[in-house]
Unconditional design. Sequence first.
Length: 258
Amino acid sequence: MLKNNKAAFISIALFGLFSSHSQAALTNYTSGGSEVVYSSAGAITWTKDANLLGSLISTQGFSTVVNAIIGTYSGSYALTASDFKSDGAATWYGANAFVGYLNSVSYAGTNQWRLPAIIDTGAVGCSFSNNGNDCGYNVDTSTGEMARLYYDELGGQAINDKLGNYQPDVAGIPDTAFFDNEVYDIYWSSLPSAFPSGAWIFATDDGVQMDGYSKSAHSYVWAVTSALAVPVPEADSVAMLMAGLGLLGLMARRKQSV
């Protein structure tokens, strides 16, 4: 009876090991020498550093990084150093140029980085709501990649609940081990507004997704890609699996010899 209980316990433990890897919404891994985070819910990969531009500027210097970005930029907008700030904030044009720079150096082994996507549903522009639209608080997370990350995967809350009641204890994007340098502020999306001077954003300090933010304002950049492969289980997890299967086999043989 004790042997059977041991076998059952090991089986459950192994099942839990596999479940934690196969069902986890976010998985940290290294690609091309850089740390990234895979989202199984969105089948996309984020940079682990949520303010990668700021970190590069901090370690390499403002002029070095910004000149490198400008040097790889090929758009029609007249990009200058004023599109960037030393803390990593950038205009919408600067944010797109930084993503272009990541692609030029194949950051983490891919040249398909982009800004997070937002889908404008219903009427064109922002149909602001506290519950379930593409714009506002508690949005339909299928309309935005960062909204899905904030609400569904990290368990963030909006500063207004679904009835519009203010929630004073909301602290913004949860600080987890998955990511580094999360900024409690506004992040750019890839979606421009219907009018030329604006773009859609997501704010990680209060959970709002909205349209109409000026492209010339300085906000933050968090790059994402759909191109990287799904991460494989870590080596220590595979080793644990093999050891567990070996132990189960040994116990089965002992039971047959009794």
